[in-house]
Design a protein around this ligand. Structure first.
Ligand SMILES: *[C@@H]1O[C@H](CO)[C@@H](O)[C@H](O)[C@H]1NC(C)=O
Ligand SMILES: *[C@@H]1O[C@H](CO)[C@@H](O)[C@H](O)[C@H]1NC(C)=O
Ligand SMILES: *[C@@H]1O[C@H](CO)[C@@H](O)[C@H](O)[C@H]1NC(C)=O
Ligand SMILES: *[C@@H]1O[C@H](CO)[C@@H](O)[C@H](O)[C@H]1NC(C)=O
Length: 811
């Protein structure tokens, strides 16, 4: 392949050479430029799906394909294959012209285009890290180090080594960041601030970090107009998400301790509202959402479905208004739907039940809000906004104690449009009765400054409430207050943290590549997505750390092999998981520990688990127990292991049964250890736990076969249930051990069972299993009579393993 590619290039160059000598040497850049203009640089799967006015609900599922393994050879093959078979004539032609322009004429434009083609897969040219670096570097030299964006990207390349493509060179990276920052690149400043903040490649220096963060924050703040800042802070479609959150988070639903970052998923209607709605209607509401019924939402439907239909309409409009991860925002479409709803349903209000009435009110509120903000319109229309908002108030507040969100917008209109602060305060106070909303606290804090006489509360406390509700301008204002020492509670790091989180909210200016990253994932270009997430990770954004790390190294599920990937990528994944952990993502700490574990570095794993356990991760505490139980990276210590298992319960009651069984198993082992002088379980021995495993028995058996020969392959510690699966295979052996024990301590063991909180069912199932082993007991008695000592017993037990397996399967 490569040879052929070489030929291709050679052929190109020959053609070029010939054409030059004939036509007279000329830089082909203008020709290439014209060709480039005839094509799209980047297809945007999110925008394209939002343009249409049709509702297609089938396409809503996020279908992300993220390969687990990475191999350079495979990538090279794919790259070569592209040029051999897939490349269009257009692509070949353009590439040839650009290549020529860059390599023969040192044309900086062509070099830049080539660099972006290989790095960002522009115009569909496949990602190629080697070439990307070469052209980036060349462009940088051609432009005499004057392009801030390219300097920034080169700096990231040097700091990460492009995952093994070039040698890592943090010093050079730092220089480039500084150069880029001095040319005014916000992102580079942000990186430097983050580096000083957490001591990466530079000594930790909070004052420097704070200085830089404040500088960036001021710049970000000044990019908003007064009106945006004071009245209507622009809505941002955020793509700051952790990829694993599209399923169930890094550790899964029950074990993770970190909330999901995917806040803009398409509304899962029944779930979002049912508990609340059920309360509203005295517990008699049954929500039904006809599949695709919203597809015909424009067609009025006069039968009983009306009630659900209003709920459907509201959430359909809401999804359009906020944009979901697969369909971009479309305020215009939302407005049209809502206007239609108003015409269709307003007469029915007196006949409506509370539920549809409430949602009808919310529809009007949203419609009013759209007119108030002017989103999707040429300009705001305050008159119409007021009309709909007031109607929303009427509808919602006429019959229920609930407060409409419309109070906020009406307050804002009074305050900024009519200049009637008294009326505004009334609206704000009313909405605060029923819910805490950031912008309301923010406005009240400002009004409190204006009218010190009014009893509105302490301004910094109000601002703090607004900040705690994550109202973006309030984060900045509160950081300012904290810095001026309004309440002397905060140290340098906390203030820097305030500014940091404020900056990261402004994705449009600071991290537009987060959206690119997600779009490229949808397009199936995970390496391009990785690059985009890497930029954001270097900027210190926690979600990007997790996403980049996840693209580099996903924990294997259940019984799969760990990812096959290069050492550099593993190390980088560890770095990013660890940095996310340092930003309080406890789950990422556990995953980092697991990655160490899978790489065979038990000390590293232990350190991570220990740090995570200090932040109360039940999974980390559990894993610590496991490490101590098996003496991985530490000396075996059953007492400590038991203490860790017990502690899991303090944090997560759901794990009660698993914990109890682990402890029980430990006790058994420790007695056995006592009896046999610690020789019996040199190998990994665990307990079979009857009745706890949710998997059907036949799957367990299949698994037990699958697991043969994988005993010490270092499977994931991720889920205790999986550990139990793994342990099943060994259970025959342990049944024997248990029997050895029972011969001596039968009565106390049964007491033990009860004291450990086992259910009667469990005891029964244990009993059945024990019955089967009476046969083996018989054999053992004979064995004992022959005077075999305990070490030989172990041998015998293993030898009998095959027999026991048959017996168990017979049950
Ligand atoms: C990148 O391009 C070079 C030159 O065409 C090629 O030799 C190499 O295999 C490519 N690398 C990858 C990872 O595709
Ligand atoms: C292009 O730049 C390289 C290195 O900067 C230089 O060696 C070469 O002579 C230049 N070629 C032309 C045609 O200017
Ligand atoms: C590049 O910049 C340096 C100083 O930054 C200057 O001395 C040099 O002349 C510049 N070279 C070119 C080719 O512009
Ligand atoms: C402001 O609003 C209040 C209550 O809505 C009203 O009583 C008052 O007259 C208004 N003031 C002005 C100056 O319009």
């Amino acid at each position: 392949m490569r040879l052929k590619l070489g030929h291709l290039v050679l052929w190109f160059s020959t053609i070029c050479l010939i054409s030059h000598t004939l036509v007279g040497a000329q830089d082909p850049w203008p020709e290439a430029e014209i060709l480039l203009q005839s094509s799209v640089k980047r297809s945007d799967p999110i925008a394209s799906s939002s343009k249409s006015f049709l509702y297609d609900y089938g396409a809503e599922e996020t279908n992300l394909y993220i390969p687990m393994d990475y191999s350079l050879e495979q990538e090279e093959l794919k790259y070569a294959q592209y040029w051999e078979t897939e490349a269009t004539e257009w692509a070949k032609k353009v590439y040839q012209l650009l290549w020529e322009s860059s390599n023969r004429y040192n044309n900086s434009h062509a070099t830049h285009v080539l660099a972006n083609m290989h790095l960002w897969s522009d115009y569909g040219i496949p990602h190629n890290k080697t070439l990307a670096y070469e052209y980036m570097n060349k462009y940088n030299e051609l432009t005499n180090f004057s392009d801030a964006d390219v300097l920034f990207q080169l700096a990231v390349m040097h700091c990460t080594g492009l995952f093994g493509t070039i040698p890592m060179d943090p010093v050079r990276g730092l220089l480039y960041y500084q150069k880029s920052a001095s040319l005014g690149d916000l992102r580079a400043k942000q990186v430097l601030a983050y580096k000083y903040y957490s001591g990466i490649n530079v000594p930790r220096d909070c004052n420097k970090a704070l200085l830089l963060y404040r500088e960036v924050a001021d710049q970000v703040k000044n990019s908003y107009s007064d009106e945006q800042w004071e009245v209507l802070f622009p809505y941002v479609e955020s793509y700051s998400v952790r990829i694993p959150d599209f399923s169930e988070g890094l550790l899964g639903k029950s074990l993770g301790t970190v909330g999901l970052s995917t806040r803009r998923m398409a509304s899962a209607r029944p779930d979002i509202t049912s508990s609340f709605l059920t309360k509203m209607n005295g517990g008699n509401v049954v929500l039904q959402f006809g599949l695709g019924s919203a597809g015909g939402a424009f067609a009025p439907d006069t039968d009983e479905d009306n009630e659900d239909r209003l709920v459907d309409i509201y959430f359909t409009a809401w999804d359009d208004y906020k944009g979901t991860y697969t369909r971009g925002r479309n305020c215009e479409r939302a407005r049209q739907l809502l206007e239609f709803t108003y015409k269709e349903y307003d007469f029915d209000v007196p006949m409506m039940d509370n539920l549809p009435k409430f949602f009808y009110g919310r529809c009007l509120d949203l419609l009013g809000h759209i007119y108030f903000t002017g989103e999707g319109l040429d300009s705001p229309n305050i008159e119409l906004a007021e009309k709909y908002l007031k109607r929303s108030l009427e509808v919602i507040e006429s019959s229920q104690a609930l407060r409409s969100r419309a109070n906020i917008d009406l307050g804002l209109i009074q305050q900024y449009y009519y200049g009637n602060d008294t009326a505004a305060i009334e609206f704000y106070k009313k909405i605060l009765e029923s819910s805490n909303i950031g912008i309301v606290y923010f406005q009240l804090a400002k009004l409190r400054k204006k009218y010190p006489g009014l009893k509105l509360g302490d301004p910094s406390a109000l601002m703090e409430s607004a900040y705690l509700k994550n109202y973006v301008p309030a984060i900045y204002e509160y950081a300012r207050m904290a810095e001026q020492g309004i309440n002397k509670r905060y140290n340098c790091e906390q203030i820097a943290q305030f500014y940091k989180s404020f900056i990261e909210e402004d994705e449009i200016n600071v991290a537009p590549h987060l959206k690119t990253a997600y779009a490229e994932l949808l397009n199936g270009n995970s390496e391009v997505a990785l690059w985009a997430y890497t930029l954001a990770a270097e900027q210190g954004i926690e979600t990007a750390h997790v996403s980049a790390a996840y693209l580099l190294y996903q924990l294997p599920c259940n019984l799969e092999e760990p990812p096959r990937t290069s050492h550099e990528r593993k190390v980088m994944a560890l770095t990013y998981y660890t940095r996310a952990f340092k930003q309080d993502n406890v789950d990422a700490g556990v995953v980092a520990g697991d990655v160490y574990y899978l790489m065979g570095d038990y000390t590293g794993a232990l350190n991570m688990y220990q740090s995570a356990s200090l932040k109360f991760s039940p999974q980390a505490i559990w894993n610590l127990g496991y490490m101590y139980e098996h003496g991985l990276g530490v000396d075996k210590d059953f007492h400590l292991a038991k203490r860790y298992y017990d502690r899991v319960l303090d944090h997560n009651r759901k794990l009660y049964f698993a914990v109890k069984l682990s402890v029980w198993k430990l006790k058994l082992k420790s007695w056995l250890g006592y009896i046999t002088g610690g020789k019996l379980y040199g190998c990994r021995t665990e307990e079979y736990q009857p009745g706890t495993n949710p998997r059907p028995w036949y799957r367990q058996i299949v698994k037990s076969f699958q697991m043969a020969g994988r005993e010490n392959s270092g499977l994931s510690l991720e889920d205790p249930q999986y550990q139990q699966d793994r342990q099943y295979r060994q259970h025959q052996q342990q049944q024997n051990q248990r029997q050895q024990y029972q011969q001596r301590h039968t009565s106390s063991l049964w007491d033990r069972f009860r004291s450990l909180g086992l259910q009667r069912e469990d005891l029964i199932s244990i009993g059945i299993v024990l019955l089967v082993f009476l046969i083996s007991l018989f054999i053992r008695v004979i064995a004992a009579r022959r005077g075999w000592n305990m070490n030989n017993m172990q041998f015998q037990v293993n030898a009998l393993g095959g027999n026991f397996e048959l017996q168990v399967f017979a049950i």
